[in-house]
Design a protein around this ligand. Structure first.
Ligand code: ARG
Length: 572
């Protein structure tokens, strides 16, 4: 089904051909002017070519419009050369009903389908989640859902940080506290215990302690490095203990992500790529691409036309251990070999952009992957406190997700005593705030503002949706037929922007476009219903039409909130 803007644009293009202008495209967009539905401003650009005024060109086009299908109720020219279009209500009514019946298909039919892996979340085992991970989870989940909705095959991968120095630190801390555990006994034979010697609460204090020790004491730091190295070599005791730490961490992470309505298809991590390290390193060594520099194995990724310095990509450190760069490269090989991905989207903090520039260049310059793979860095800005620094707890610590939710809950003073409702409201506030700001921008997280039931917030949208649902319930079934003339025309015209809005959000990987869209719909809807009562309407066709208008709103907001991964409510 063609978009209404495409139909109108064709109408104008045919007219312009008839008027004798060369093939030009005459895009039509939704108008912001009162009593004008759509507008085309292309005549302004044609004026130079034809040495006439844009007004005269627009008039010439309008004169030649052949509205055989009776779509327009008015078409006119406004200074300096805009073509203003008003569509007729009968046409709009029929078109809208058909459009809404096929709501899920419009965007789908317009994209080239791919197999896409979305790399988001990025939590680190044994370290607490911080606000950066929160943004990655929220934005990534939404991007994944949008990609899937338009018809791609998608896989969301949490890409756990489970292979770095923090693992050695935590193991060294466990060793310090419980030196008698069998994991530290070189002579231990037999099976290691099935149950984890540490709980998530233990881990919460262990990592900060170990990290403090490593900072203050060189010997502790060396020990953590050695343990990390031995772990990476597969030393059995450390490996068995590591497995317990990872599992303990994962079950806690799952609980946190569940609360955010964030669900991964793959729970893979850096450690799952170990099997590809030899292959990766051999690829570069055997082709003489990699070389030693101060003991480290590196690959150049500079380009001649670089305007800033792009440092070489490090494959291996001088002590033979691997780094973040190695694991990410091996992960790409895995995504190629095991998942046949056409595209990988990384939803990661902007501050990691250089790392990804290097990574992307390695695989673009050297054919280590078996297929062309599109690699996209979807970076995001920092969520800051009012002091302009990354959001922290009141005592200055890293803000943990759980505390953040509690903080938001206390700001979102709902009238409801029901725990599930106040939780959903708080989380909608948190998520909507994260998603509604341009992805790449830093923003100040202000719980009071984001929890308000007015303005561009999650609670406002939930409120609008539950209000609309309760209208539907109260009014019940009505017999009649739909006509746009009984509705808010601007609301209906905005409904028709649904698919294009989703395509825009998809192309730019920008959930904030969806937020703007539902916020606008909610505003129009709420002001319409402030003046109108469906319940008391006597004219059955009018009542039916307004009810239909409300049903479509519910349908659209539901779908968009689902794409934003914000849970909806039936009542508040
Ligand atoms: N674990 C990393 C961090 O906390 C983020 C991982 C992002 N994804 C990736 N493929 N490198 O900073």
């Amino acid at each position: 089904m063609k978009f209404i803007t495409e139909i109108l644009s064709e109408l104008l293009e045919n007219a312009s051909k008839k008027a004798g202008f060369k093939e030009v495209s005459l895009p039509v967009t939704l108008s912001k002017i009162e009593n004008v539905d759509y507008q085309c401003s292309a005549a302004l650009g044609l004026a130079k070519t034809y040495h006439t005024s844009p007004f005269a060109i627009a008039e010439e086009i309008v004169k030649n419009v052949d509205d055989t299908n009776n779509m327009l109720s008015n078409i006119s020219v406004a200074k300096p050369g805009y073509i203003n279009i008003v569509v007729n209500n009968d046409f709009l009514s029929n078109y809208l009903l058909e459009y809404v019946n096929n709501l899920d298909n419009h965007a789908k039919s317009r994209i080239q389908k791919q197999k896409i892996i979305v790399d988001y979340g990025g939590a680190n085992v044994a370290k607490p989640l911080h606000v950066g991970h929160l943004r990655s989870a929220n934005i990534g989940e939404s991007i994944k859902r949008i990609c899937q909705y338009v018809g791609n095959e998608t896989l969301g991968d949490v890409h756990l940080g489970d292979w770095g120095l923090q693992m050695g630190m935590v193991i060294s801390e466990i060793k310090r506290l419980h030196p008698d555990l069998p994991y530290f006994d070189d002579n231990f034979k037999g099976d290691y215990p099935k149950d984890s010697p540490v709980t998530i609460h233990d881990l919460e204090t262990m990592y900060p302690n170990a990290s403090k020790r490593a900072k203050e004491n060189e010997r502790d730091k060396q020990e953590a490095k050695e343990i990390t190295h031995l772990l990476q070599q597969g030393y059995p005791g450390y490996f068995a203990l590591w497995k317990h730490i990872v599992n303990t961490s994962i079950s806690d992470l799952k609980k946190n992500y569940d609360k955010l309505n964030v669900h991964f298809d793959l729970w893979l991590g850096e450690s799952d790529t170990v099997k590809y390290y030899n292959e990766v390193i051999n690829f570069f060594v055997s082709r003489h691409i990699a070389y030693l520099s101060q003991g480290a194995l590196i690959v150049d990724v500079k380009n001649q036309d670089d305007t800033k310095e792009i440092p070489p990509f490090i494959l291996q450190k001088s002590d033979g251990s691997v780094l973040y760069s190695t694991t990410d490269l091996a992960t790409l090989v895995q995504r190629d070999r095991e998942f046949s991905a056409d595209k990988v989207i990384y939803v990661v903090d902007n501050r990691q952009e250089l790392h990804f520039t290097q990574l992307f260049r390695v695989v673009q310059k050297y054919p280590i992957l078996s297929r062309p793979m599109e690699l996209v860095f979807a970076g995001f800005g920092t969520m800051n406190g009012k002091d302009g620094k990354p959001y922290k707890t009141r005592d200055g610590g890293v803000m943990k997700l759980q505390d953040l939710i509690e903080e938001v809950k206390s700001s979102a003073a709902t009238k409801s005593n029901e725990e599930t409702i106040s939780d959903a409201v708080a989380i909608s506030a948190l998520k909507f705030a994260d998603l509604s700001i341009l992805r790449t921008k830093d923003y100040v997280f202000d719980p009071d503002k984001f929890c308000s039931f007015e303005g561009k917030t999650g609670p406002y949208l939930l409120y609008t949706l539950t209000r609309a649902k309760s209208i539907l319930k109260k009014v019940g079934n009505v017999e009649g037929s739909f006509n746009a003339k009984y509705c808010d025309k601007s609301l209906l015209l905005n409904y028709l922007e649904y698919a294009q809005t989703i395509l825009d959000a998809y192309n730019l990987l920008s959930p904030n476009i969806l937020c703007d869209y539902v916020y606008n719909l909610s505003n129009i809807f709420n002001s319409f219903y402030a003046k109108t009562s469906i319940l008391n309407e006597r004219d059955s066709h009018k009542k039916y039409s307004m009810l239909e208008q409300t049903k479509i709103l519910v349908k659209i907001i539901d779908k968009i909130l689902n794409l934003l991964a914000i849970q909806t409510l039936d009542k508040m």
